[in-house]
Design a protein around this ligand. Structure first.
Ligand code: PBG
Length: 324
């Protein structure tokens, strides 16, 4: 033998020295669920993840800062009485999202605030767009998404994050932001978002499960790979600053192909189902939770994600701080 590759795996120190993939908390985004009021409610389908009443969210953000987590992706749970077919609450200047952005940025200007742009939390149908006769309308939805983005920007959002998968929304949002002189607000586009069963726990968090049908006429078919590149390149052309692949763990091939095809930062979203499966399995004693967190996130990073949105952000930060 003239090569003995085990030499490079001999000790922990050597393995650390040659490790190709590292993750820093600075590269993680924590999705944060906000509701009205003061209550902190655990989401039953996502153990360890809470919905924070707006009055209570500030303490949680202080916790995040101590863990070196500086970026949140805001989702709001809209009260049923405020949902209507026109999704009018999405454009309410004093709505929960508007107040959440404004108050968080006022208290924590250093935090990067990203906001979800889609209509599902505001719609009685739970779809990401306006619904007419059982159909999801594209262009009318895009008009609202653009206005919604301007509203979020005006309240201080650093990035708007359209998660709806309508055609043409990125350019409409970009044009609207420019027109209103919000030249410092970025767009993180969910560019390759698949219709996935792994969003299920999230929908109970926001009470936003689709009332009829599924999301397959706008979210992508998981049998497709080339389509992900097509969607992503178009979003960049339309003005996206960051692109995203979602879900993450079962889509590592897509993350890598997107990473190789683009020259903007690539994000991946380790979604609610990916989180809850690890949680459930750990609870049963079938996998070691800490090891599963590290391995799943590292694999997503190794596949090519520059940024990861994950419900494990706090756990990750705690784990690596303990190991230092
Ligand atoms: C909806 C939205 C979803 C998620 C983020 N934004 C659900 C869906 O598309 O049905 C999923 C996040 C997760 O599962 O963690 N616009």
């Amino acid at each position: 033998m003239n090569k003995r590759y085990r030499t490079l795996r001999k000790t922990e120190i050597i393995r650390e020295m040659i490790a190709e993939t590292t993750i820093s908390p600075a590269q993680l985004i924590l999705p944060l669920f906000v509701s009205e009021g003061t209550e902190k409610t655990e989401i039953s389908s996502m153990p360890g993840i809470f919905r924070y009443g707006l009055e209570n969210v500030y303490g949680e953000i202080e916790n995040l800062l101590t863990l070196n987590l500086n970026t949140v992706l805001l989702f709001t749970k809209v009260e049923d009485s405020k949902k209507d077919n026109l999704c009018s609450e999405a454009l309410n200047e004093n709505g929960l999202m508007a107040r959440a952005i404004f108050n968080i940025k006022k208290r924590f200007p250093e935090i990067t605030v990203m906001t979800d742009i889609a209509l599902d939390p505001f719609s009685p149908d739970g779809h990401d767009g306006l619904v007419k006769d059982g159909e999801i309308l594209n262009d009318k939805t895009v008009e609202i998404l653009a206005k919604m983005s301007v509203l979020h920007a005006s309240k201080g959002a650093d990035f708007v994050a359209p998660s709806d998968m309508m055609d043409g929304r990125i350019s409409a949002i970009r044009v609207a932001l420019e027109k209103n002189r919000f030249t410092k607000t970025g767009i993180m586009s969910y560019s390759a978002k698949y219709a996935s069963c792994f969003y299920e726990p999230f929908r109970s968090a926001l009470d936003s499960a689709p009332g009829f049908g599924d999301k397959k006429t706008y979210q992508m078919d998981y049998r497709n790979r080339v389509e992900a590149i097509k969607e992503t390149l178009l979003d960049i052309e339309e003005g996206a600053d960051i692109v995203m692949v979602k879900p993450a763990g079962y889509y590592l091939d897509i993350i890598r192909e997107v990473k190789n095809a683009v020259n903007v930062p690539v994000a991946a979203y380790q979604v609610s189902g990916e989180y809850s499966m690890i949680k459930a399995s750990a609870k049963m004693g079938w996998v070691n939770e800490e090891l599963a967190i590290l391995e799943s996130l590292t694999s997503i990073k190794r596949a090519g994600a520059d940024i990861i949105a994950t419900y494990f952000a706090k756990d990750f930060s705690r784990i690596i701080n303990k190991n230092i």
